[in-house]
Design a binder for this molecule. Structure first.
Ligand code: SF4
Length: 217
């Protein structure tokens, strides 16, 4: 089996295990997803989903947020951690969306990366979820699990993204990344993966070693 065939089989196994592939951040408009992802750095999606309704109740539009006092925004987003930095980034980014993109969230990697506080993970999420473009969102679940599976061999998100782009069926890559998040929470947990509950066990390097009685490194 080639690595691409293995990747396609793993994608299919997780499709079976998690029929619904959804982003776990709640959002009603593209710019709000950008903000939610910025808040999600070093924070749980659950916490972000509790914070964003408060933020958007106080600042109902993009232009209100672009003109907001960053210190006031920080008070609202503080529960997500790094409140001052995230608030500054959010206000700056909203200003850039209005000033450079006529209030629209751009749909190219280069333009997204030009926004304050936006890295490849965020840009990929926007491209995949908002615009339906091929995307590989390399978060901690994706990096950890694809290393266990043998689809990647690096902890560096850019390197993992490159490896996955070489082997994944790109029309399914974005949903696959969402499924990895579900898998990382429900079955392939960081402390003790429940390999017996995993539909991809026969395809996963770590799972196969466990099945064979070898203690995986
Ligand atoms: S077999 Fe085990 S280690 Fe591999 S993806 Fe499944 S749960 Fe994770």
């Amino acid at each position: 089996m080639t690595k691409s065939e293995k990747a396609a089989a793993i994608v299919a196994a997780l499709e079976e295990q998690y029929p619904e592939a959804v982003c776990s951040l709640n959002y009603a408009e593209p710019y709000r997803l950008l903000i939610a992802v910025r808040l999600a750095a070093q924070c749980t999606d659950e916490r972000v989903n509790k914070t964003t309704p408060i933020l958007f109740a106080r600042y109902a539009t993009l232009s209100e947020l672009a003109k907001a006092d960053a210190e006031e925004v920080a008070q609202i987003v503080r529960p997500c951690g790094l409140g001052n930095t995230k608030a500054r980034d959010i206000v700056a980014m909203c200003g850039e969306l209005i000033g450079r993109f006529e209030g629209r969230v751009p749909d190219t990697m280069g333009e997204l990366l030009s926004l304050t506080g936006v890295g490849r993970k965020t840009a990929n999420l926007i491209l995949g979820d908002v615009y339906g473009k091929p995307a590989v969102v390399c978060d901690t679940h994706c990096i950890r699990i694809t290393n266990l599976m043998g689809l990647a061999s690096s902890k560096n998100p850019d390197a993992v993204e490159r490896s996955l782009r070489e082997v994944l069926p790109m029309d399914k890559a974005n949903d696959f990344c969402h499924r990895l998040v579900l898998h990382g929470r429900a079955v392939c947990r960081a402390r003790s993966p429940a390999c017996r509950e995993c539909r991809a066990v026969s395809l996963c390097d770590y799972g196969r070693k466990r099945d064979a009685g070898v203690t995986p490194k």
